[in-house]
Design a protein around this ligand. Structure first.
Ligand SMILES: [Zn+2]
Length: 198
């Protein structure tokens, strides 16, 4: 999941949050070659910037329908190396989601990703994963940094007219996308590759 709105029309939103949407689209492209035991939904949600509105609606609707969501994996601002380290990715997880943080560390080794996985359980979120936590579902957020770092100016282009694609680091964006994909696909239980049939 990623939100596709930008904070206002003068902000291009390359990092916030075309970076997250790009990760979702690429994950969908890759996952189309495989079958999974569980359903994976690739979401682009609207109106995050005015209060997580799209994700709130989706999560509340899922709750009302009794949908079983194993985990919601959100990506928001994946491309600016906020501490200067393109290998450092930040994961924020709900207070009941410590297992997903542990899993991220396992996948980091299993797939030889070798990222510096930084994170916090039950920490500040400020993005669409919170809507799912509020609805009672496990959720994690992948980002270039903590909400505190972003809100306090460590990403100088945040919510500015300079949030353009030339500011993004492709490696960092890929790393964040890989971790989103690893968590999602591991939880969905891959069954078989369809690559040979295409
Ligand atoms: Zn955002």
């Amino acid at each position: 999941m990623a939100h596709f709105d930008s904070v206002n029309p003068s902000v291009p939103g390359a990092n916030d949050n075309a970076s997250g949407v790009a990760a979702v689209l690429e994950a969908a492209r890759i996952c189309s070659r495989y079958t999974f035991a569980y359903t994976i939904r690739f979401l682009a949600v609207g109106a995050e910037e005015i209060g997580l509105v799209g994700s709130y609606h989706y999560a509340q609707d899922a709750k009302a329908k009794g949908r079983n969501i194993v985990v919601a994996v959100n990506g928001d601002m994946l491309g600016y190396p906020i501490v200067g380290d393109i290998n450092r990715i930040y994961i924020s997880a709900g207070s009941k989601c410590a297992a997903f943080m542990d899993s991220a560390l396992v996948y980091n080794r299993r797939y030889n990703l070798n990222f510096l996985v930084d994170g916090q359980i039950g920490g500040l979120g400020g993005s669409d994963h919170e809507s799912f936590i509020e609805a009672g579902y496990p959720a994690v957020d992948i980002s270039e940094g903590t909400a505190f770092e972003i809100w306090n100016g460590m990403d100088p282009y945040y919510h500015s007219s300079f949030d353009t694609s030339d500011k993004l680091n492709a490696d960092l964006l890929r790393h964040c996308a890989q971790m989103m994909l690893a968590i999602t696909t591991e939880m969905a239980r891959p069954l078989a590759s369809l690559a040979g049939s295409r």
